[in-house]
Design a protein around this ligand. Structure first.
Ligand code: BEZ
Ligand code: FE
Length: 294
């Protein structure tokens, strides 16, 4: 009998190539390309790992439970992407910046699209909890020109490490978030509270995975920013506290050297008055440089 099998029989040796050949007529060329790469690497991983049937079933159940954890406000697969470094890798591939431009980092799951636009200098802390902080800086182009009317969307966790959306009914809505516009000199400033390290949600499959790997779930203290302006690429980034105990082991690999800010304690009456503050506070000064739109 002639061997009419389309591309050879499936064996341990030929597995990936047989599956890839089956997808050859895909109308979507990009899908075929993506599936070919995934098939090649997945089969190579399975051949290297040589899982038992039980281990493979455990892996399937891990993914099943990861999906079952997801709802409108909890996205366990994004957390999985974060702790495996894939979110930061996709971010790096999609945000190759020209020299001098500020670096990006992960968006994270706690951005809220409709935060209120506030006048410069506003206090985004609505419940007076935490150590006061004044954040200021400029938004610049790569040639150093200040960018007026740049939109700065900021959000941060409170002094206990929770975002408002994680504590509905405990924190006021829109606590510790706001949208600001730079003045004609490209300057921005606002008040908040000194952020603290916090764990990413770790009561699900991703938390179990971290435990199994002997890893902690903490992110070092940071402030989130999305900065946009006409004619420039939008920048999604953070600034970090370099003195944070988790600064060298961010659970989601989001820290970059250039994103370290200084949280300077200001205690003298003269300095407090000069900044228009009412008591001791932390001063954070950080400029951001936007890349020109491509
Ligand atoms: C965040 O910084 O808000 C965040 C990022 C990744 C996972 C969880 C939280
Ligand atoms: Fe965060």
């Amino acid at each position: 009998m002639p061997d009419t099998h389309e591309s050879g029989y499936f064996t341990e040796d030929t597995s990936a190539e047989v599956v890839i050949a089956r997808n050859a007529k895909a109308p979507d060329a990009r899908l075929a390309e993506v599936m070919a790469v995934i098939t090649r690497h997945l089969h190579a991983a399975v051949k290297e790992i040589e899982p038992t049937q039980e281990e493979w079933f455990n892996a399937i159940m891990f993914l099943t439970k990861t999906g079952q954890m997801c709802n409108d406000w909890r996205q366990e697969f994004i957390l999985l992407s974060d702790v495996t470094g894939v979110s930061m890798l996709v971010d790096a591939i999609n945000n190759r910046k020209p020299s001098g431009a500020s670096e990006s980092t992960v968006l994270g799951p706690f951005h809220v699209a409709d935060a209120p636009e506030l006048p410069l200098g506003s206090d985004i802390c609505l419940d007076q909890k935490g150590e006061p902080m004044l954040v200021k800086g400029r938004i610049l182009s790569t040639d150093g020109t200040p960018i007026a009317n740049a939109k700065i969307d900021v959000w941060q966790a409170n002094d206990e490490g929770f975002y408002d959306v994680q504590q509905k009914g405990i924190q006021p809505d829109f606590n510790l978030r706001g949208v600001f516009r730079t003045n004609e000199r490209g300057e921005y400033w606002f008040k908040g509270v000194k952020p603290k390290f916090y764990p990413i949600p770790d009561d699900g499959t991703v938390g179990n995975l971290l435990k199994g790997l002997g890893r902690h779930p903490f992110r070092p203290a940071h402030l989130h920013y999305i900065i946009s302006a006409d004619g420039f690429e939008t920048l999604t980034t953070h600034i970090f506290d370099p003195d944070d105990p988790y600064i060298h082991s961010d659970a989601v690999f989001g820290v970059k050297q250039s994103l370290m800010a200084k949280f300077e304690p200001i205690n003298s009456g003269k300095d407090i008055a000069a900044e228009g503050m009412s008591g001791p506070f932390f001063r954070v000064e950080h400029d951001f440089v936007l890349a020109p739109a491509r």
